[in-house]
Design a protein around this ligand. Structure first.
Ligand code: ADP
Length: 520
């Protein structure tokens, strides 16, 4: 019966009139063959009425494709099963399917028996009565297109995400020509719409960046990908700092087909970071100058002493000259030597002050901790003795080295010492009080440096308050010293905290990285 339907359909295309009987037999054979092929095809072959596209025939593949049996689908209008969104579109196209010669292929959604829609790709052809030219029916071959459509949809979505990503994305050919750029890359690199003549190397700033991308490509060829920081450049020559990922993409037979480059523009972060660093440097310098202000009288005293000594030596020489016209040069040698040594010492004090107030890039290197603590103790010794306080270095490891910027470390210690001196001077016991520095063991290659005092202890129970900017309990305090000290220590990868000692007084501790190969 079904064979008959299809055979009938095809026969309408080949006019039987006036043909010799042998040709008719051949036609019948061919039709039978076609009918058999239709029955076995995994594509669904169907015939429809030309007006409302009712199924006149469907091959058994309908069951696999749509879930209906042949008997269920025959008699149903295809319009009932189109996706509502496609119906209009379909109706609009229908005339061209019906009345044009040849075939027409389109893709649309069709409702399966279980209610879900599947994508079909159908090729339709009109069949006419050869005698009258009247449109008789439509012959359609349909196949499942859902996999292709879904893959296309996924690709379209991925392409859209890539195109609208804020990262700069480029595809690069094997000869290192840029074949595609997404919108962010076109805009940021100022390439305009055409990528034609762009060589990968042209997108990188300096010669060393260009060398780096060559190495990156070589690494990607070798191990699949490369990540790193590098500077790209716009067509007008501006620098763009980026974090870059290069990936080599391979074919199924493992040949590299192309490279992808994804660059995250770090300009904004770098600018913020630079601004933050500059701010910190400024604040830190201001704080050093403030600290110097606090110590000015002590420093004046320190300078006064060598200057007075020099004046004394010179007056001694003058006195001798006044007494006798002739003087042996050997007698002058000793005082002159002393004058020069003392002047050098005064010069050193001035240099130390200038160093401390200097504005410069922090430089981290291995520093002998105990030596530096001695220096800072010397720096504020006058201040301490005026307050009847002594600072002791109780670090037992003279060769212990830490990795730090000398000036910043001096600044932190100075802040802690000056606070400790101030706190300790408040406790009136009559005898000189002691502040001491020692180091404790720490994990992960770090050391903990502690400043102990004999003051009243912390003014608040929550020590984090002390480190807030502008927190102060002093009448003329600024409340910046501890905040700056903490940020300096954290910039070194350490921590700074405070606690009360069980025997009274406060302990301020901070951790620093031990320098490799240095002591202990
Ligand atoms: P400032 O010294 O200008 O007040 P800091 O940030 O150095 O600013 O200190 C903040 C506050 O922490 C001080 O006002 C004081 O209350 C407290 N503090 C700091 N060091 C000590 C200490 N050794 N003992 C007790 N309190 C301290």
């Amino acid at each position: 019966m079904l064979f008959y339907h299809l055979a009938e359909t095809v026969s309408m295309e080949s006019p039987p009139k006036g043909r010799p009987p042998s040709t008719l037999t051949q036609d019948a054979e061919r039709n039978k063959l076609l009918a058999e092929m239709a029955e076995q095809s995994t594509d669904m072959i169907s015939r429809h009425t030309p007006d409302d596209w009712r199924f006149i025939y469907a091959s058994p593949a309908v069951e696999n494709l749509l879930g209906y049996t042949v008997d269920e689908i025959v008699g149903v209008s295809a319009y009932e099963l189109y996706h509502p969104d496609d119906v209009e579109d379909f109706k609009r196209r229908a005339p061209s399917v019906s009345y044009e010669r040849g075939t027409y292929t389109h893709t649309y959604r069709f409702r399966c028996k279980d209610g879900h829609y599947t994508w079909l790709e159908s090729t339709s052809r009109s069949l006419r009565d050869p005698e009258t030219g009247e449109l008789k029916e439509m012959l359609v071959v349909s196949r499942d297109a859902s996999r292709r459509i879904n893959a296309e949809m996924t690709n379209r979505r991925l392409a859209k995400v890539l195109e609208s990503s804020s990262d700069l994305v480029a595809f690069v050919d094997l000869d290192e020509r840029v074949s595609n750029l997404n919108e962010a890359a076109r805009v940021r690199l100022e390439t305009g719409e055409s990528n034609s003549a762009i060589l990968l190397a042209d997108l990188f700033f300096s010669e060393s960046d260009q060398r780096m991308i060559q190495e990156a490509m070589a690494k990607a060829r070798e191990i699949g990908d490369w990540q790193g920081e590098v500077d790209m450049c716009t067509m007008s020559g501006d620098k763009i700092p980026v974090i870059l990922e290069v990936q080599a993409h391979r074919t199924y037979d493992d040949r590299i087909e192309y490279f992808s480059i994804v660059a995250r523009d770090m300009s904004l972060q770098k600018a913020i970071e630079a601004e933050r660093q500059q701010y910190q440097d400024e604040v830190s310098r201001a704080s050093r100058i403030m600290t110097m202000g606090e110590m000015a009288s002590g420093l004046a005293h320190e300078l006064n002493q060598p200057l007075t000594a020099i004046v004394n030596y010179v007056s001694g020489i003058e006195r001798r000259l006044n007494k006798q016209d002739q003087i042996e040069t050997a007698i002058l040698k000793k005082p002159l030597k002393k004058i020069s040594a003392t002047a050098l010492r005064a010069g050193e004090i001035i240099h130390r002050m200038m160093d401390f107030a200097r504005k410069g890039q922090p430089q981290r290197k291995a520093i002998e901790l105990s030596q530096l603590v001695d220096d800072v103790i010397g720096f504020c010794a006058d201040n301490a003795s005026r307050q009847q306080v002594r600072i002791e270095n109780r670090i037992q490891y003279p060769e212990l080295q830490v990795e730090a910027d000398r000036i910043q470390l001096e600044q932190v210690l100075l802040n802690l010492f000056l606070n400790a001196i101030e706190a300790t001077s408040q406790s009136v016991k009559g005898e000189p009080e002691v502040i001491w520095v020692d180091v404790a063991e720490a994990e992960h290659q770090q050391v903990i440096i502690r400043v102990h005092d004999q003051g009243p202890g912390l003014p608040v129970s929550d020590d984090s308050q002390l480190f807030e900017q502008f927190f102060t309990t002093k009448e003329h305090g600024l409340g910046m010293g501890l905040a700056i000290s903490r940020s300096l220590i954290e910039a070194h990868g350490g921590h700074l905290w405070a606690e009360n000692a069980s025997e009274g007084g406060a302990v301020f501790s901070f951790s620093l990285n031990r320098s490799e190969g240095g002591g202990r």
